[in-house]
Design a protein around this ligand. Sequence first.
Ligand code: FAD
Length: 460
Amino acid sequence: MTVAAAPTELDDTAFRGEVVRPGDPGFDVHRQIWNGSFDRRPAAIVRCAGVADVIAAVKLGRASGLPVCVRSGGHSFPGFSVADDALMIDLSPMKGVRVDPEGRTARVQAGVLLGELDRETQAFGLAVPSGIVTHTGVAGLTLGGGIGWIMRKHGLSIDQLLSVDLVTAEGELVKASTDENPDLFWGLRGGGGNFGIVTEFEFRCVPLGTHVLAGPIIWPMTRSGDVLRFYRDWVADAPDELMTILIHRKAPPLPIIPAELHGQPVVMVVPCWVGDVEAGQAFLEPLRAFGPPAADVCVPKPFLAHQAMLDPSFPPGRWYYFKSCDIAELTDEIIDITVERSLQISSPLTSFPIWQMGGAVARVGDDETAFHGRTAGFTYNIGACTETAEGFEAEREWVRSFWSALEPWHQGVYVNFLGEEGPERVRQAYGPEKYERLRALKRRYDPDNVFRLNQNISPD
Ligand code: FAD
């Protein structure tokens, strides 16, 4: 067997994919990530065409001494997937998806986006649990855990993960599953990009069918206190078929929302019922009777349509800022703070979701994976959004101040919803015991911290 020598300088012939440098025509396109508030210029971008390119890129990163950043879907909130003067290893050209409808599995390369995976699985009435915006990357989302519309019924993305192929910091391809390198497989299910570059995921697919009962039920935001109190009691004994996200925002001018509400502050409960539609309608009945809502567009619809429903609210290129925390329950004090702060939202683009957790997510043992939020009641993802830099600072201050007001009730934080908030917050995302276990893995797989532009688990 001939093994290619490690490239020590950027030589285009060392790669099957394109190498893009500052000044090249595609440079300003390929260095863009989703969050428009980051305008960074890497030293070079290697657009990997396959595993061999990833191996060569990792070896080049080490030999050149350049910091390495890894991009798949480019949706990192804190912008870790692009860095000034770094070698950007871009997996986005790796788009292969192969669904085995008989065996109910899917092999998914690292550059695949959620909507692309859904399209392939839904052709067979199957699904892999993932997130709520179709242009998010499967890779980064899965490596942090993966929460979404069907998680209360079918678990997190990592709960359906069977194996991964990964290129280590030494540039070696290894497989991780419950049988092979099980310790690494444990760490990859929540530990992010700390241990290497995943080139391919193998998932179990769940039988979902093609339709769900889903969509927003909307009230004016002035009714938020009543809605939240009713909602809290109503979801307390919800079956796993029901997942909800509660959103405070100014109503966007979308066709599904009545024109008279456009631009008005509203609170929306967005159910997604995965199962028998009649049973779902019956369960939703009390929520609908409470009110009445200003609009109700919760209807049976294709799963693919629901997965894409929030896409227009989170387009790439806008300026975004998030701070997140888990809480155990929606107490009266938390509800009062939520109502007061939501009424202060000024940007028409800011949209702040509260996620209902629990169900199948909570039934997997906490120590089975590195993901640490299985006992959370709700996840607050307080987000600000503006079209450009104008007004961004004020909206960001709103996020910080709201998040601080909830601090007495913080339970933990989902690592994929963290910003660049420092090592202590990363430790909080895993808890002290898991953090130490992850650190031991990091010492084994990446002792030099080659993969450090991430929610970093320091080997030191
Ligand atoms: P990238 O920016 O490409 O990657 C982020 C980081 O992940 C990289 O810096 C790297 O450290 C690591 N990484 C990426 N690819 C690889 C790889 N192949 N191998 C090793 N490490 C890698 N999360 C949810 O759980 N559920 C949601 O519904 C959800 N919705 C979102 C909606 C939007 C609009 C956005 C912006 C984010 C959302 N998130 C959600 C958070 C999301 O999971 C994270 O931002 C995730 O990191 C995005 O993955 P990516 O591949 O798109 O990002």
